[in-house]
Design a protein around this ligand. Structure first.
Ligand code: ZN
Length: 301
């Protein structure tokens, strides 16, 4: 366990090393998400004279049981703990160093009050092995991977410190367990997506059923797709069919809604699966006014 001298930790006596591939992986995670994302930092700590060196080798993703929104994140602790134990069995000196998370979806450029009190709790937890806890915040999406903030929390201290950029070094090279961690992460994201999609699907179905009680849900097993279909007649008794499908591409949070007339797609729109999607579905659901402009306005029966 590292015992830093109290009061001696300031920005000049700390050096943090983070592997570049991890930073890129963090940004790749948040790029695909409309909610806060994060992970558990792992690596090792050493002391060189009065300088404490924190080597962040990798991070463990937040797991399939993550709970998150645009303003909060609760990782799947059981998943992270068991993955950490697996890594530790191959690398006995491995330490849990802290965590990272993003505010790219809410615009807050600082740690929130909840973040600060949560990190203070973490570093003072009797199960936490070190006396320092590193918190990385990604406040926004960044193409050049430069928008990050690093903080240090200390055991038994009310203060926390932001680390100056010259005390952060982004280094090359891969952690020896990186490919294992990546493989597990891939499966985790797949499972997480299935679960989140299931929840979204439930919400969407509930919403659509209120408007169209005759809506039906279908599963295309060949394409592994879930979609809903409903029909509607306009004032002139023309039958329209709608289909709303979740995109099967795991890299994009997107649905697609189409309008069909005589088995021909006459209109389609992508629906980003965020909290505004119901409005988009509702405004799409208006063939009479939309088609009234470019199809027959009058029909004689
Ligand atoms: Zn936060």
């Amino acid at each position: 366990m590292l015992i830093p001298q109290r009061g001696s930790i300031d920005n000049s006596s700390i050096k943090i090393y983070l592997r570049k591939n991890c930073l890129i992986r963090m940004y790749e995670t948040i790029e695909k998400s409309h909610n806060e994302e994060g992970g558990k930092l792992i690596g090792r700590v050493s002391q060189n004279g009065s300088q404490i060196q924190v080597h962040i080798d990798s991070f463990l993703d937040s797991g399939p049981g993550i709970e998150h929104s645009a303003t909060h994140i609760i990782p799947d602790g059981i998943y992270q703990e068991s993955l950490f134990r697996v890594c530790e069995s191959f690398d006995p000196n491995l330490e849990h160093l802290g965590s990272w998370h993003s505010h790219h979806c809410n615009g807050l450029q600082e740690l929130s009050g909840g973040d600060i009190s949560g990190y203070k709790k973490n570093v003072n937890n009797s199960n936490y092995n070190l006396d320092i806890f590193v918190a990385i915040l990604l406040p926004k999406l960044s193409r050049n991977y430069h928008d990050y903030r690093f903080y240090i929390f200390l055991r038994n201290s009310e203060r926390y410190y932001e680390i100056d950029s010259e005390d952060i070094e982004i280094i090359d090279g891969f952690y020896k367990l990186e490919s294992l961690i990546l493989q597990v992460e891939k499966n985790s994201f797949k499972r997480r997506r299935t679960q989140e999609q299931y929840l979204l699907a439930k919400e969407d179905e509930h919403h659509l059923k209120r408007i169209y009680p005759n809506i039906k849900c279908f599963i295309d097993e060949k394409k592994d797709l879930l979609f809903w279909r409903w029909e509607k007649k306009d004032y002139w008794n023309t039958q329209f069919r709608y289909e709303y499908t979740f995109n099967n591409d795991t890299s994009r949070w997107e649905g697609r809604i189409i309008l069909m007339k005589n088995n021909q797609v006459t209109k389609e729109q992508k629906i980003v699966l965020d909290n505004f999607r119901f409005n988009k579905i509702n405004s799409f659901n208006n063939p009479i006014s939309k088609l009234g402009n470019n199809s027959m306005n009058f029909r004689f029966i």
